[in-house]
Design a protein around this ligand. Structure first.
Ligand code: IPM
Ligand code: MN
Length: 343
């Protein structure tokens, strides 16, 4: 029996709703596989934690995330930048991996898309080094060769592992020459080690347009932190919205998996959030843990449930509740029809 201790951070807003839809899916995989088990350790972080405990990111939470095998993170509210950014930087989770893929029966803008955005996750403007005066502000864009080479290598290794054919490095070296020339030099150097993978460079504004017009052109994209933040939401928009966008923050030996969406205060508490982004983040977590079969079980569950047209949440054009969509996926994993009861 393989046992994994999973740090679980439900957070704020729709976070607890999508998390409680996802944990039973992991339990279902454990039940069907029979050879793996999860222990969930629920941790506090976010606006609620700040109000009650005085800190958005309690030290105990960081310690426990470090101790666990992996972490599943839902969403935090206004304090997001006090929670997820320090976690990414302190744990050195340098690769933010954001796949964008069209699933069956999803009302997607793009006809075809199956790409992975690999976003550098530790530096750039996200270091938040700057100054402000009364009427002016300065923010430093920090780009290093070490971090650029590391993220480029991650992108090429991912392409090789997944049998993907092309890596596009996205930059603005025509204007941000101080920083993005370093990023490009690093990407070119790493590209030389992967002759079987096509390498191309694209300026970020062109990339935004081409993602919209010819999304099928793209396979793996690698870029700096801020460009990756913006382009990954664009890519999510192509494949059905943030409700369909999972991600992994991945380091050398630790990782945190989280849906790209935030806490969505506008729909929080109504039980109508799309749980798929979190469910697919759990699938990425299993892959990272080396549980490829279990990860495939989850993806197959999502695909089968959607192929059956299974109750869709409002963001996907339906009127289903979070639990109905999650239960359809859980049923597909367990090979059972949609159960009637609410969990
Ligand atoms: C994301 C989010 C975060 C980011 C925010 C909440 C700090 O937008 O994960 O993309 O900017 O990285
Ligand atoms: Mn973002």
């Amino acid at each position: 029996m393989r046992r994994y201790r999973i740090a679980v951070i439900p957070g704020d807003g729709i976070g607890p709703e999508v998390m409680s839809a996802t944990l039973p899916i992991l339990e279902a995989v454990s039940e069907t596989r029979g050879d793996l088990e999860f222990e969930f350790i629920t941790l506090r972080a976010g606006d609620g934690a700040k109000e009650e405990l005085g800190e958005a990111l309690p030290k105990e939470t960081v310690r426990e995330v470090e101790r666990c095998d992996a972490c599943l993170f839902a969403a935090v509210g206004r304090s997001a930048s006090e929670v997820i950014l320090p976690l990414r930087q302190r744990l050195d989770l340098y690769a933010n991996v954001r796949p964008a893929k069209i699933y069956p029966n999803i009302p997607a803008l793009a006809g075809k898309a199956d790409l992975v955005m690999v976003r550098e996750n530790t530096e750039d403007l996200y270091r938040r080094v700057g100054f402000r005066g009364e009427d002016w502000g300065v923010a430093l864009r920090i780009i290093t060769r070490r971090a650029s080479e590391r993220i480029a290598r991650y992108a090429f290794e991912l392409a090789r592992r997944e049998g993907r054919r092309r890596v596009t490095s996205v930059h603005k070296a025509n204007v941000l020459d101080h920083t993005d020339e370093i990023f490009l030099e690093a990407c070119r150097r790493v590209a030389g080690d992967y002759p079987e993978i096509e390498y191309e460079e694209m300026i970020v504004d062109t990339c935004a347009m081409r993602l919209v017009m010819t999304p099928e052109h793209f396979d793996v994209l690698v870029t700096t932190n801020m460009f990756g933040d913006i382009l990954s939401d664009l890519a999510a928009g192509l494949v059905g919205g943030l409700g369909m966008a999972p991600s992994g923050n991945i380091g050398e030996s630790r990782a945190i998996f989280e849906p790209v969406h935030g806490s969505a205060p506008d729909i929080a508490g109504r039980g109508i959030a799309n749980p798929i982004a979190t469910i697919l983040s759990a699938k990425m977590m299993l892959e990272w843990l080396g549980e490829a079969d279990a990860a495939r079980d989850i993806e197959r569950g999502v695909v089968e449930a959607l192929e059956r047209g299974a109750p869709l949440t409002p963001d996907l054009g339906g009127s289903a509740k979070t639990w109905e969509l999650a239960e359809a996926i859980r049923g597909a994993i367990l090979n059972k029809p949609l159960a009637q009861k609410e969990f």
